[in-house]
Design a protein around this ligand. Sequence first.
Ligand code: ACO
Length: 192
Amino acid sequence: TRRAIYHTLLLSQLPYVNLMLFTPDSELDLLFPSEQIPTEVKAQLPPDLHIRPLASTDYRRGHLPVLSVLTVVTDPGEEAWVAQFESLRAAARTYYSIVIVDKRTDRIVAVGTVFLERKFLRGLGCVGHIEDIAVDKSQQGKKLGLRIIHALTGISENSGCYKTILNCSDHNIPFYQKCGFEKKECEMAKYA
Ligand code: ACO
């Protein structure tokens, strides 16, 4: 009976124990200020998930394993990963990489980036390029991809971009249409 009581107590503490793993934004070194992620998108996430800018310690929270659902990822090691993070941050107001973190494990479950291209045409206009959208296999189909895209287009539009564009496979066209995008022109590629 003592064992049963112990287990019941332990289980009742589990959500608390797990939430203690979660690192709040205030304790992180972020790529850009959290306030730039639209509050409507933050409010639409379930309470056990959190959306925020990429942090300098996210190599340890499974950033690369999540990206590997998208394409081949070669692990460069933490030091080189952090150097890449610093080079993105050095290009001010250009790279906006965001992550969704599971608060119960402090692990990343979804990622995405918008990078802002400043032009000479359209009155020194700006275009947002969405890149590298990936949702962990266990979390797909729960609207996390949609939330990431809404957050990135929000950042792009709030930064004054006149359009936000991306390349995708035919298979993903219905997903992007559900996110409010339409098919336009075609993509050309030349691999080195
Ligand atoms: N075909 C048809 N509909 C789809 C597809 C699809 N391939 N994927 C999602 N949808 C629909 C969903 O059913 C949902 O519809 P509903 O609103 O009617 O319920 C809506 O789109 C939103 O879907 P989410 O739940 O937000 O999708 P998810 O969180 O699974 O994210 C994503 C979609 C990003 C494509 C994810 O499945 C994934 O990571 N796939 C592997 C990597 C990948 O292909 N990334 C995109 C590469 S393109 C780029 O990076 C610019």
